[in-house]
Design a protein around this ligand. Structure first.
Ligand code: HSE
Length: 409
């Protein structure tokens, strides 16, 4: 029997215990390994719960127990998760995690530590919750040169946008409801400002392009500025609004960005609604593929973590994991990337000719809102748009248009 220890008995940690116990026999039959949870590290006690007999409060108990070969880190946050992970790997124990913050910040170092100690560091659940994407990038898609990843990688913001679009409600109102239902954190900043999606696209891009992508280099905008008026215009254009995290490689240049985009209703990403996530991948041989499913949630995320536990058990003593070169990949400055922009402008429709003069060929969009009109610019760089918007002077807001071939150009 291979013993594991789970760090943190929160939503995901308790889910992992549930998966390992509920599916114990089928895992043993399918994977050929017998796995048991020996310890659960948590600050709390759980009197009356059968888990209590496995609860320990001191990480050293786990670290010093040679029977524990695999550690599941589901604590979240940077510390003490980083210190515990590092010590476990240095002791030759393999670690798997759902902690995207830790993988994005310290993944390079932890992968290296694992390699130096004949252990593995796996993080399937760090991106897209239960959706298989990290392992497919390492195995099924390893013959391809990946040149684009575009994802709806955050369930909270996708839920909020879906509700705003379906029900015409304000951002703050839907956020409050999402918090009441437990879909959004009490402190929703990481989700609604796009930081969570940014960390996930940094991890996926590091894997896809083989070098470390620093998440702090990725231009990131969240959804706090999206209003019901933007949605009215989106509907008038037959489009929807999605928070997209994307990266694209052309030659040696890689562009990455997180931003709300206007997406055509026919685009497969447009029909990804509610808390669901999807990841579109383009490979030079594969063409297009899309991975879709539960991007968060106890059982779905735990299922991905448990799959890592099983693979680590099957390769004990060897370092088998998704990895990237520690050398940093320099991202292209997004100000030089071109796309079309949708603009809400102050004024009357009669003033559209001035918009045409400033922004070039533009198409008017009518949503019937008083004292304003909308238009779509021709394709131009971010930098050129900023300049023209300054010259025009009547921009209320702007949104980028997703045009598959234009992403990151
Ligand atoms: N807060 C994250 C989300 C949880 O909403 O997608 C899963 O990583």
């Amino acid at each position: 029997m291979i013993q594991i220890a789970v760090l943190g008995y929160g939503t995901v940690g308790s889910g992992v215990v549930k998966v390992m116990e509920s599916n114990h026999d089928s895992i043993r039959e399918k994977a050929g390994v017998d796995l048991g949870v020996k310890y659960v590290l948590d600050l709390r006690d759980f009197p009356g719960d059968p888990i209590q007999e496995k609860i320990v409060h001191d990480f050293e108990v786990i670290l010093q127990d040679p029977e524990v070969r695999i550690v599941v880190e589901t604590m979240g946050g940077l510390e003490p998760a980083f210190t515990f992970t590092k010590k476990a790997l240095e002791a030759g124990k393999s670690v798997c995690t759902s902690n995207k913050e830790l993988v994005a910040r310290h993944g390079t170092e932890l992968i290296q530590t694992a390699r130096e100690h004949g252990a593995s560091y796996m993080f399937e659940a760090s991106c897209g919750g239960g959706i298989p994407i990290i392992r497919p990038l390492r195995t099924c898609l390893c013959a391809d040169v990946i040149d684009e990843i575009t994802g709806i990688l955050n369930g909270t913001t996708n839920y909020i946008l879906t509700k705003m679009i379906e029900e015409g409600r304000e951002f703050s109102d839907v956020l409050k409801e999402a918090q009441q239902k437990g879909y959004a954190e009490r402190n929703p900043e990481a989700d609604v400002e796009g930081h969570d999606a940014c960390r996930k696209i940094a991890i996926l891009s590091s894997l896809a392009y083989g070098k470390r992508v620093d998440f702090t280099d990725i231009y990131t905008e969240g959804i706090t500025g999206i209003t019901p008026a933007d949605i009215q215009y989106a509907k008038a254009m037959g489009k929807t609004i999605k928070l997209l995290a994307f990266s694209r490689k052309e030659g040696e240049s890689v562009t990455a960005m997180v931003s709300p985009y206007l997406v055509d209703k026919e685009d497969p990403l447009a029909s990804v609604n509610g808390v669901f996530n999807a990841i579109f991948v383009h490979g030079n041989m594969l063409g297009d593929a899309m991975f879709y499913g539960q991007g968060a949630g106890k059982e779905a995320t735990a299922s991905a973590v448990a799959a890592d536990v099983i693979e680590e058990a099957q390769v004990l003593g060897r370092s088998v994991m998704s990895s990237w070169d520690p050398q940093k990949l320099a991202l292209t400055d997004v100000s030089g990337t071109a796309k079309r922009f949708f603009v809400r402008a102050r004024g009357e429709e009669a003033e559209f000719s001035r918009a045409q003069a400033v922004f070039g060929v533009a198409e008017m969009v009518r949503a019937g809102l008083p004292g304003e009109y909308g238009f779509v610019t021709e394709k131009m760089t971010e930098e050129a748009f900023q300049e023209k918007a300054g010259e025009f002077g009547a921009v209320i807001s702007r949104l980028r248009l997703r045009e598959k071939e234009a992403l990151g150009d």
